[in-house]
Design a protein around this ligand. Structure first.
Ligand SMILES: Nc1ncnc2c1ncn2[C@@H]1O[C@H](COP(=O)(O)OP(=O)(O)O)[C@@H](O)[C@H]1O
Ligand SMILES: [Mg+2]
Length: 511
């Protein structure tokens, strides 16, 4: 029984396709995926959406769908999962007691529930399929043919040790995890070995597009329009799902054209790029998890307050040392929590570093000021926005003048920061959709504050004088003070006037 006949069968999936006209594009995709014969209209759809001339002669083992939001991706993934689970036999490839898993990976819990609802709907409403259910758990259906359909999120998931008949990745451009900056590649790498024992096992990745990076973009860039290799199908929402009212798309375009072009027209965004490279960030990690306070040293601290229900509350402590901004401690308390208790905890840490003033953004409202005051700590409002803090950090990180701590979460959050260039001229930096940046925010705040202390102290930027005297490492610290007049801050790259702070320049001949 091929999948299209199953979709037309009154005793099978027919009731999910009440208006067959609206499913023409999906039927064409499925026909191509399973190498079923195509009619002329389907062949034209194939050419249009894959940029290829002739459809593959054999079923695809890897397919990528770049399709707009509400285009039917999750539903079709569920359909394919149920079809592959119920109408294929894998026993001949399994050891006794082994199960073939069909895994659907969604971007978050909510999406998992959407897909489970689709899967459960098909399995339980079709009597012939319901009989196959051996057991059901919150996230999986065991069928009586040694096949398990499992649905989970991209985070905290070990995908090793499975034998996969199929892996279906939903909204892969939006996968985020706390501990990996590139969960899409990491999870695909972990999955592939598990797909090798069952011949004909398939990997299907579907997503609305986002930025021009990651596994989805790679697959699209390398394989769309290329004969042979993975099947890449790109289509707007309404091309796949004409039942979506045009007004929904129009309203989205009016709200935010760049975002709507990605969400509904399936165009990868050109206005989003990562703020920092993984290499640059990794190059700044030199520390342990925390540096103990050194008596006599001046520390600064930055806090990212939260009310305790939705976001983490974070704190970072830093200092300036030999022109480098050095991160000393980071704390994150994840919700739910009592802000009062967290502030008490944070105040203890600040006391250990001799810090009596903490800076945070102005959106925190009155409560952090109030709570910190009770512990004798002044809460100052940051002069810079979060975007400004991140933008200030870029040149410093890129030139290795920042010393971070060892923290996967901090690294992943820094690497996950995106810069959206806007035609209005001001770049905006934020975490990617579904991501977080509370730890990165506090760390960036403290590091930039530490760098700013150069203004108040008498420190001088090495990179300014090194132009005439060789690379910075070769410069003895004693030549600090050569530089006169405004220069760039060693850490933030900003223009700073050092004149007031400097001793009279010593005479020294260029080498
Ligand atoms: N071609 C289509 N014709 C009719 N309804 C469709 C079509 N494609 C999707 N739908 C319906 O649109 C809704 C959204 O589908 P879904 O699979 O959740 O979209 P996506 O995952 O792409 O955002 C579902 O109710 C689905 O049944
Ligand atoms: Mg979906």
């Amino acid at each position: 029984m091929d999948i299209l006949r199953a979709c037309d069968d009154d005793n099978l999936f027919r009731r999910w396709f009440r208006h067959p006209e609206s499913w023409a594009a999906w039927r064409a995709f499925l026909a191509v995926l399973f190498a079923l014969p195509l009619d002329d209209e389907q062949a034209a759809l194939f050419r249009r959406h894959t940029g290829r001339e002739s459809p593959p002669a054999t079923p695809s083992s890897e397919a990528w769908l770049v399709v707009g939001r509400r285009g039917g991706k999750s539903f079709v993934m569920a359909l394919v999962a149920v079809y592959l689970a119920c109408f294929r036999s894998y026993r001949q490839h399994l050891q006794p007691g082994e199960r073939a898993t069909i895994l659907v990976i969604a971007a978050d819990r909510r999406q998992t529930r959407v897909i489970l609802r689709y899967v459960r709907g098909m399995l339980t409403n079709i009597p012939m399929l319901r009989r196959k259910i051996a057991s059901e758990t919150a996230e999986a259906f065991d069928l009586d043919n040694s096949v398990t359909i499992e649905v989970g999120t991209a985070s905290h998931r070990s995908t090793r040790g499975y034998t996969f008949a199929a892996v279906l990745c939903d909204e892969i451009a939006f996968w985020r995890t706390d501990d990996s900056a590139e969960p899409d590649y990491a999870i695909l790498d972990a999955i592939r070995p598990g797909m090798s024992t069952i011949p004909g096992s398939v990997l299907i990745c579907a997503s609305s597009p986002y930025a021009r990076r990651g596994a989805l973009w790679d697959a699209y860039r390398r394989h769309w329009g290329q004969d042979g290799g993975p099947l890449v199908w790109r289509a707007s929402t309404r091309e796949m799902n004409p039942s979506l009212p045009r007004s929904v798309v129009d309203a989205a375009v009016a709200r935010d054209p760049a975002s709507a072009a990605a969400e509904y027209m399936a165009e990868f965004r050109a206005d989003m790029e990562l703020l920092l490279t993984r290499e640059a960030v990794a190059g700044c990690v030199d520390g342990p998890h925390e540096r103990a306070p050194t008596p006599g040293r001046d520390y600064v601290a930055f806090v990212d307050p939260s009310g305790g229900s939705a976001d983490s509350m974070t704190l970072a402590v830093a200092h300036l040392e030999d022109d480098d901004a050095v991160l000393d401690a980071i704390r994150e308390v994840r919700p739910p929590f009592s802000p009062e208790a967290v502030v008490r905890q944070f105040a203890d840490l600040l006391a250990a570093y001799g810090v009596r003033r903490v800076t945070g953004d102005r959106y925190g409202g009155e409560f952090p000021r109030e709570l910190f005051r009770r512990h004798g700590v002044t809460y100052a409002t940051s002069e810079r926005t979060r975007s400004d803090l991140y933008l200030s950090l870029v040149p410093a990180v890129n030139s290795g003048r920042v010393r971070l701590l060892r923290s996967d979460r901090l690294e992943a959050q820094l690497v996950g920061l995106e810069r959206r260039t806007s035609r209005a001229g001001r770049d905006i930096v934020d975490h990617a959709p579904g991501g977080h940046d509370d730890v990165a925010n506090a760390a960036a705040g403290a590091l930039v504050l530490a760098a700013d202390s150069v203004r108040r102290g008498a420190d001088v930027e090495a990179s300014t004088f090194h132009i005439g005297y060789g690379p910075p490492p070769a410069c003895p610290r004693s030549v600090r003070g050569w530089h006169r007049g405004p220069g760039r801050s060693a850490v933030t790259g900003e223009l700073v006037d050092y004149r007031a702070a400097l001793p009279a320049p010593a005479k020294r001949r260029p080498a």
